[in-house]
Design a protein around this ligand. Structure first.
Ligand code: PMV
Length: 321
């Protein structure tokens, strides 16, 4: 019979993830199908908890972020996502979402990934859809591309696919638990140009083809480095993917780096003589450093003038209640 006329709530949690092999650019804007495959690491202790409620008295979908009604832009985004969800999964009823971000505000850690991953996990339970993790990842992708990867813990690969059913993430089996990320917070300002907007500009320019060709070639190399648990093999690939991303973004005239980002990168170059550490940067100025637990203390001491967030490898998304 579909929609039942009772109020029901579900609460779900998902961690943020950081792309090691970056995703950039969509071949289908509505379904958020990416042009290439990407690989990420899910982080521990940085997450979103979302409570989803359905009630026959609701007249529209509504999103609350950290207790406050979200901006018109965010409401629009979630309504478009729920409209698509209701149509594709044949569900009925307006949904209210209360999302609590346990990620330091504006730290440059993509909270849209953990937010939409927690919402997709909650939707599966709320509507009793009985989707497997792979299908929940497809659903999360409809909200935010990188959210598809936050359904899983540890290393994750998002196969680009050509259809809704073939574009999903899955876990990469690995017991490599010695890795840790040091996030260096250089700015807490909200970015002026969204990744969605910058992606749309990038895909039309010649530098994007280089990004695609190189990213494709790197997939097996990433898999080998993860399987062999060799940081000196994984690290340079992570930096290469980040550099390729920013080269394609800069070709549009946009530069997400701040002068402080360039300065820190110079300092990192020197620090590399003291410890293995590798940078990666997303659509913002903050720098994420990948290293091994053994060197963490030394690195934190050397970065003492910066605000840092330390995060180890985190687990999969789940329903709390
Ligand atoms: O999924 P979005 O729209 O938040 O885009 C994510 C883009 C990057 O963070 C720069 C790269 C990635 O693969 O996460």
């Amino acid at each position: 019979m579909g929609f039942k006329t009772i109020r029901k709530s579900v609460t779900a949690l998902a961690n943020v993830n950081i792309a090691l092999l970056k995703y950039w650019g969509k071949k289908d804007e509505a379904l958020k199908l990416p042009f290439q495959t990407s690989i990420s690491l899910t982080l521990e202790g940085l997450y979103t908890v979302s409570t989803l409620t359905i009630d026959p008295d609701f007249k529209e979908d509504e999103l609350y972020l950290n207790g406050e009604k979200a901006s018109d832009k965010e409401q629009e985004k979630i309504r478009a996502f729920f409209d698509l969800f209701r149509k594709m999964y044949k569900c009925k009823g307006y949904i209210r979402v209360n999302s609590e971000n346990h990620v330091p505000t504006g730290a440059g850690l993509a909270s849209s990934a953990s937010a939409y991953a927690s919402i997709a996990t909650g939707l599966n339970d709320l509507f009793n859809l009985k989707l497997g993790k792979k299908e929940i990842s497809m659903l999360a992708r409809l909200g935010s591309g990188s959210a598809s990867r936050s359904i899983f813990g540890g290393f994750t690969i998002w196969h680009h696919g050509d259809t809704h059913e073939s574009s999903f993430a899955e876990n990469i089996q690995s017991d490599w638990d010695d890795l840790v990320f040091v996030v260096v917070v250089l700015s807490k300002d909200k970015k002026k140009i969204s990744s969605r907007e910058a992606m749309a500009k990038s895909v039309k320019l010649p530098a994007y083809q280089t990004f695609l060709d190189e990213s494709k070639k790197m997939v097996p190399l990433f898999m080998e480095a993860i399987q062999s648990k060799e940081l000196h093999k994984l690290g340079p690939l992570v930096e290469k993917s980040s550099d390729l991303l920013h080269a394609t973004i800069r070709s549009t005239g946009i530069d997400y780096y701040l002068p402080e980002t360039y300065e820190l990168l110079k300092f990192i170059k020197d620090l590399k003589h003291e410890a293995p550490l590798y940078y990666t940067i997303d659509a913002g100025p903050n720098v994420k450093l990948l290293t091994s637990r053994r060197y963490l203390e030394h690195i934190i001491n050397r970065l003492s003038r910066y605000e840092v967030i330390i995060s180890a490898i985190g687990g999969e998304a789940y329903v709390q209640s």
